[in-house]
Write a new protein. Structure first.
Length: 527
């Protein structure tokens, strides 16, 4: 977690000096010159123009905006950094396909947002093909604050091990346990149940919700995205970072734990048969999933914990008496549970080699992101409009309505490109919901979650066999197809051993062999 108390004290002192000397609410001189540009004697430096692709990330404020480039906060950001941005939005649900299309057509902006390290599928081999600039020298000269703020372990994920070149600037996550189990506590009280702790207790609560008329006791979603609570309980998530060292000395995907995988599938099958999960859960996409939750139709679900203020406010607008809480995820046979740990790098930003002439100013732009001025701006917004400064201290009223929370998610999360994105401490400390969020991250989520072995760059054999290649939060297509058939009763769960045999026969043996060798050789294997 970034040291917000220390930084905030420094920020307030600096802010008080600016207010006292100038009497206006503009940015500091350091912020004004962040983007550099070509200075002319007696004139302000020319703004640095650059284009940047950004995934919408299901942020309503962004996706509903008529022109994000004309948004007042983008305009204010440009003023503070002396830049002229051309933001090119990539729809959240089309991100993978649109990124591949971008590189195939060579219509590449000056800065490209990635979703992790340098080997992500969305980059389509761009690093290896020389599309992006090495940043080592630029960071040493213009990004010293970035080098201090971002841990070495995160920089390692942005570095080509063969050349030592850094190719991207990462946004970080200090607490990798980001997803949480949510529950309607008003419904829990209504059915007279305590907060469940085990899989069995959770099933009892879901059955009670069903009897009480809750439409979807557990909110499911397509491909088990944000609906993998019970795969987590049995430690069989099977994602990119879910490889395990098995007793035979081989490193395999976690779904090779046949006994626990069958048990987890049986839980979902029972939920489907008893109506504890929507019969159509396999076709429910992200927007519909959110609508189901915020309209009051769900009793329990999984979502990123930092959405608590926003989803809570939207649910209250639909069901004024509704109350929600983040609770410990149900534990399985080993006494643990939770969701797949996130990578330390959540977003990353790469500079097009063709933008070499303005790369220094682009690095200055990102370097400003970790300044005290940036923290104030992205936390509270525009001084004099969103917050006031009284006696040298910012005074800010945390929004409680859905629109206000949407705007805060946009500022605190989407527009702030480089930060520790676990939660916004400055804003969270100002409300009861925010304090609940801090408590959940620091005292609950930090103690749960599943992490196995992850290979970055990913195993070459995974790329070779797309049918066996998992995503960061989805099972490989071959395994997923069979699991869904079993949940829907179209294939017996006892056939699961045959599914593993099929996996091995279609390239799985190569994957296990490569994974085991790289793990033993300590070759870019992260635990």
């Amino acid at each position: 977690m970034r040291k917000s108390w220390t930084r905030m004290t420094t920020a307030l002192l600096a802010l008080a000096m600016v207010v006292g000397c100038s009497g206006n609410g503009g940015g500091t001189s350091a912020g004004t010159n962040a983007g550099g540009g070509n200075a002319q004697e007696g004139n302000e430096p020319e703004a640095t123009k650059f284009s940047i692709s950004m995934r919408t990330l299901n942020v309503s404020y962004v996706e509903k905006h008529s022109d994000i480039n004309k948004d007042k906060y983008v305009t204010e950001l440009e003023k503070k950094t002396n830049t002229d941005l051309d933001i090119r939005l990539i729809p959240h649900n089309e991100y993978q396909d649109k990124m591949v299309q971008m590189f195939a057509t060579n219509d590449i902006p000056d800065v490209v947002q990635g979703s992790g390290g340098i080997s992500g599928q969305e980059l389509a081999g761009a690093v290896e093909n020389g599309v992006f600039l090495p940043l080592n020298d630029l960071l040493e000269e213009h990004g010293q604050d970035l080098l201090k703020f971002i841990p070495e372990s995160a920089w390692k994920r942005m570095t080509d091990a063969k050349t030592g070149n850094i190719y991207g600037i990462p946004e970080i996550l200090s607490n990798p346990s980001r997803r949480a189990t949510w529950i309607r506590t008003d419904l829990l009280e209504k059915v007279g149940k305590e907060i469940p702790t085990t899989v069995e207790e959770t099933m009892d609560v879901l059955r009670a919700f069903k009897e009480a008329g809750v439409e979807q006791p557990y909110a499911g979603r397509q491909n088990f995205k944000y609906a993998d609570t019970f795969f987590g309980a049995y430690d069989v998530l099977g994602y990119l970072n879910s490889f395990k060292l098995f007793p035979d000395g081989k490193v395999k995907p976690s779904f090779f734990d046949e006994e626990n995988m069958k048990a987890a599938i049986q839980i979902y099958k029972t939920m489907h048969e008893e109506g504890l999960i929507s019969k159509e859960f396999a076709t429910i996409e992200s927007a519909d999933f959110k609508s189901i939750v915020t309209s009051g139709k769900a009793g329990m679900w999984s979502m990123n914990a930092n959405e608590l203020p926003i989803w809570g406010a939207q649910l209250k607008e639909s069901v004024p008496d509704a109350t929600i809480a983040l609770i410990p995820s149900p534990v399985g046979p080993d006494g643990a549970g939770g969701y797949a740990h996130y990578s330390q790098v959540t977003r990353s930003f790469f500079i097009n080699a063709k933008a070499k002439d303005k790369a220094a100013d682009i690095v200055k732009f990102f370097n400003w992101m970790v300044s005290e001025e940036a923290e104030l701006f992205f936390s509270f917004g525009i001084e004099g409009e969103d917050y006031q400064v009284v006696d040298g201290k910012p005074v800010f009223e945390v929004p409680t309505d859905a629109a206000g929370n949407d705007k805060m998610r946009y500022l605190n999360y989407w527009l702030w490109l480089v930060q520790d994105t676990t939660y916004n401490k400055l804003v969270s400390e100002l409300s009861d919901t925010g304090k609940e969020l801090i408590d959940a991250f620091d005292n609950m989520l930090s103690k749960e979650g599943r992490r196995g072995i992850e290979f970055d760059p990913r195993l070459e054999s995974l790329v070779k066999y797309p049918e066996l290649n998992p995503k960061s939060d989805e099972l490989p297509p071959l395994i997923l197809e069979h699991v869904l058939r079993m949940v829907y009763g179209r294939e017996p769960i006892e056939n699961y051993s045959k599914v593993l045999d099929e996996y091995l026969s279609k390239g799985g043996n190569d994957i296990i062999e490569e994974a085991t060798q790289r793990y033993n050789d300590k070759e870019n294997a992260f635990e």
